[in-house]
Write a new protein. Structure first.
Length: 112
């Protein structure tokens, strides 16, 4: 290979290496800026979290869960009451139909 071609290859290789290193450095700089921005946003969000009430959050949640359990118990009690009412209505309906049938038989017997 001629010396002029070798010099051109070395020069081109050096230029490509410098360009690749420059691109990598720019990418790392942008990523570092993005990470700094994320850290600053997290810090601002953390600084703005404030407790505006005097009770402990765990106690509040326990209280809500206790009340929710009471609501669920009430719903179960209402469901049982509704089932009992349905059974009573069905029983009354059967008795009414039986009385109506006996009345129809009595009317038919007296008419004959």
């Amino acid at each position: 290979m001629e010396p002029s071609v070798q010099v051109a290859l070395v020069t081109t290789g050096g230029t490509v290496c410098v360009a690749v290193v420059g691109v990598l450095i720019e990418m790392m700089r942008r990523q570092a800026n993005a990470m700094t921005e994320v850290r600053e946003n997290v810090q601002v969000a953390r600084d703005h979290v404030a407790n505006t009430h005097s009770t402990n959050l765990r106690d509040d949640l326990d209280s809500v869960m206790h009340r929710l359990d009471r609501v669920i118990d009430g719903q179960e009690r209402h469901s049982r009451d509704l089932l009992a009412l349905r059974e009573d209505i069905a029983h009354e309906r059967r008795e009414r139909l039986a009385v109506a049938e006996r009345l129809d038989e009595h009317v038919a017997a007296t008419a004959a």
